[in-house]
Design a protein around this ligand. Structure first.
Ligand code: NAD
Ligand code: UDX
Length: 462
């Protein structure tokens, strides 16, 4: 089966970039991204994309209007597609059974019901969203129970491994593509049809095919391993701070062991993003559901350590500022959960800012790409009352305004532009003693000290 028309339900951080790359690489395949969020779709159809991602506009522009389309007409998009990616959100459940751990699958279920209702003929349904193992079975049941007799389906799992900020490079040159399907003639044919799309630009030996459950589970496990690595290095950062060891040096020393490897060993104020915590909690819940409490507890610790890392950073600030930050201006540099994205979901900055505002500090926040309304919304959702946001929050358009008259500077995102800050100028603008708390280890510790700052850098002892 050669696929000539694709649709993707969900035009978010995954659906939009992934489909743009497929359309750019396969000009003969019609690709439609369908989302009920009209604002998002309008943005995808403009030059101001809803997702800030280096290089993405060029990819979108190369195919948009030719074979890449963005629409809110979800039914028509489903109807005309031979292959449908489901790339809707799978957040953590906020209430009911499994609240705070289990994945909320309401968008997956709604998508499956709509596909069943609209479809005729044969369609391949591809889980792109990250979901608990065995979700394909639920999707199949919903499709079978709700579709007309003329419709037939194959369900595949094809998790996405892109990281935000490097999405274009990750999609263009992924470490691997993973496709899981049923081991039946129909399942094998569907797997081959999807593999043939990726094979247009990715070497065949990097396209792995597995059974459905291995593919679904591998995605959760990959994120769990990556997050575990960060919690591991962050736990050692605390030990470095008390012993005088330097986490950068330790990371380098262990990373040169080829069995450990050098990547993902940057100590930080904690990991954020929409995936790691959600997927770890999902894994914990799955283990509990399958009566594996020891396994659940093991992975839960990765989240606990991350929570501790965020709160100990805030505590460090409060203690250093003579145990009170009431009314003190603190410049926050960076609000996104990592550099090169405008995404703030689960950003450690939200929690550090929330806790400082609870102490009644006055925050002056600067981030080069995060919308000020997003910052206000995130802090409100984190429980900060509106009146405190009016009196104690300023969103600044550059780092120098933010640091003017500040008691302290807290570095929370590793944007490249922060590496070349004019530190003597900032020192002059700040109140003395001028405190710096670098939660990303991007500033040169020694230089900070020679310029007169009282500096704390994550993972570096005095
Ligand atoms: P997102 O919230 O940015 O986008 C999801 C979109 O789906 C929203 O725009 C929403 O309006 C739309 N939607 C919901 N129901 C729909 C329906 N029935 N039909 C059409 N559109 C619908 O989410 P995201 O970050 O793109 O993540 C999507 C999935 O991919 C999640 O399961 C996530 O865990 C996974 N994932 C995310 C990343 C990442 O870096 N963000 C990476 C890998 C995997
Ligand atoms: C992650 C996975 O990397 C990706 O494969 C998956 O598809 C989605 O989840 P993402 O969350 O976009 O991607 O970014 P990632 O680069 O993994 O960073 C996640 C968080 O960990 C960020 O807050 C980042 O700053 C932090 N991090 C990362 C560290 O603190 N130290 C590191 O060494 C690496």
């Amino acid at each position: 089966m050669k696929v000539t028309s694709i649709c993707c339900l969900g035009g978010g951080y995954v659906g939009g970039p992934t489909m743009a790359m497929i359309a750019a690489k396969c000009p003969d395949i019609q690709v439609t991204v369908a989302d009920m969020n009209g604002e998002r779709i309008d943005a995808w159809n403009s030059d101001s994309l809803p997702v800030y991602e280096p290089g993405l506009l060029a990819v979108v522009a190369s195919a948009r209007g030719r074979n890449l389309h963005f629409t809110t007409d979800i039914r028509s998009a489903i109807s005309s597609a031979e292959l449908i990616f489901v790339s809707v959100g799978t957040p953590t459940k906020s209430h009911g059974i499994g609240a705070g751990r289990a994945a909320d699958l309401r968008y997956i279920e709604a998508a499956a019901r709509l596909i069943a209702e609209v479809s005729k003929g044969h369609k391949i349904i591809v889980e792109k969203s990250t979901i608990p193992v065995k979700t394909a079975s639920a999707i199949k049941t919903i499709l079978a129970a709700n579709s007309s007799s003329q419709a037939t389906f194959e369900v595949l799992s094809n998790p996405e491994f892109l990281a935000e900020g490097t999405a274009v490079a990750d999609l263009e040159n992924p470490d691997r593509i993973l496709i899981g399907g049923e081991i039946t003639p129909g399942g094998n044919a569907a797997v081959e049809a999807l593999a043939a799309i990726y094979a247009r630009w990715i070497p065949r030996d990097q396209i792995l095919t597995t059974n459905l459950w291995s593919s679904e589970l591998s995605k959760l496990v990959a994120n769990a391993f990556l997050a575990q690595r960060i919690s591991s290095i962050n736990s050692i950062s605390a030990l470095c701070e008390t012993t005088g060891a330097d986490i950068g040096e330790v990371a380098r020393a262990i990373g040169m062991d080829s069995r450990i490897g050098p990547k993902f060993l940057n100590a930080s104020v904690g990991f954020g993003g929409s995936c790691f915590q959600k997927d770890l909690l999902n894994l914990v819940y799955l283990c509990e559901s399958f009566h594996l409490p020891h396994v659940a507890e093991y992975w839960r610790q990765v989240v606990h350590l991350n929570d501790w890392q965020k709160s100990r950073f805030t505590e460090k600030i409060v203690r250093a500022l003579f145990n009170t930050v009431i009314g003190k201006r603190i410049a926050i540099l960076g609000f996104a959960f990592k550099k090169d994205t405008n995404d703030t979901r689960e950003s450690p900055a939200i929690y550090v800012c929330r806790d400082l505002l609870r102490e009644h500090a006055c925050l002056a926040i600067y981030d080069p790409h995060v919308d000020p309304n997003t910052i206000r919304r995130d802090l409100m959702h984190a429980g900060i009352p509106k009146d405190l946001l009016t009196t104690n929050l300023e969103i600044c358009s550059d780092p120098y305004t933010a640091t003017t008259g500040a008691h302290a500077l807290a570095m929370l995102t590793e944007w490249d532009e922060f590496r070349t800050l004019d530190l003597p100028r900032i020192y002059d603008l700040m109140l003395k003693p001028a405190f710096v708390f670098d939660g990303r280890a991007v500033l040169p510790t020694h230089t900070l000290k020679t310029h007169g700052f009282d500096a704390f850098v994550i993972g570096k002892g005095d």
